[in-house]
Design a protein around this ligand. Structure first.
Ligand SMILES: Nc1ncnc2c1ncn2[C@@H]1O[C@H](COP(=O)(O)OP(=O)(O)OP(=O)(O)O)[C@@H](O)[C@H]1O
Ligand SMILES: [Mg+2]
Length: 211
């Protein structure tokens, strides 16, 4: 049993995109998995509901709801993927307190790296009271190929004292198109979606290996 949460106070860093793709990837491998949508925008649950092969999901947004729902869902499912809200709210704190693994997507910009540092601080506070849990890792998301920003971001992330996943998820229109097309990258045709699917596969192998 494992609870994997995607968190970062910064909006738009790909928490929902990653959570939906990870839940779908596990579901297609016949894992017993449910996505917990903790964001008031409800984008990940709306997205999952729109898929041809809908992945189970639950909505829990307040810290109270999350504290109550997560243990109940763990009685029914082996794996929980939590799509965290933007901001470091009480809900995010509850998520960090109930997760086995917190994954922080981070875009390669100065503002995003600053936000990642805040999320890491929150995780470290939880680790201090939970005997080292949750495990945590950060990965670079929405990186533009060939830019110096990406290389600089990798160097800066290395100073954050948190494992950095090797896989970098690149910015691709095919990924941006998935929500609107009621699909995931595995459902879309074309070279770009195939490349995005390969990156997600590699990232998720790394994430699962940490649980
Ligand atoms: N690899 C990618 N390439 C291109 N676009 C992407 C990629 N990943 C995410 N996006 C797009 O970036 C936007 C933000 O992504 P997403 O909604 O997953 O972020 P989020 O962290 O969940 O944001 P919020 O904090 O607002 O919930 C969306 O329009 C999404 O389609
Ligand atoms: Mg989101």
């Amino acid at each position: 049993m494992s609870v994997i949460a995607l968190i970062n106070q910064k909006g738009g860093c790909a928490k929902s995109t990653t959570a939906v793709h990870l839940a779908y990837w596990l579901y297609r491998k016949r894992h017993s998995v449910v996505l917990v949508d903790a964001d008031a925008q409800r984008s990940s649950s709306i997205w999952l509901e729109s898929l041809e092969d809908p992945v189970p999901y639950a909505v829990a947004q307040t810290s109270g709801q999350l504290m109550a729902e997560i243990p109940k869902l763990l009685e029914q499912y082996d794996q929980l993927i939590i799509d965290g809200p933007a901001g470091l709210s009480e809900a995010t704190k509850a998520i960090v307190l109930r997760s086995d693994l917190a994954v922080i997507p981070c875009q390669p910009t100065g503002v995003d790296l600053r936000s990642a540092a805040d999320a890491i601080q929150l995780i470290q506070q939880a680790q201090a009271i939970r005997n080292g849990a949750p495990k945590a890792a950060v990965f670079l998301s929405r990186a533009v190929k060939g830019t110096r920003l990406k290389d600089e971001a990798i160097a800066q992330l290395q100073s954050l004292k948190l494992p950095i996943l090797k896989t970098v998820i690149h910015q691709r229109q095919a990924v941006a198109d998935t929500f609107g097309q009621a699909a995931t990258v595995w459902d879309l045709l074309g070279k770009a979606s195939g490349e995005a699917a390969d990156e997600f596969e590699q990232l998720f192998q790394e994430i699962v290996a940490l649980t």
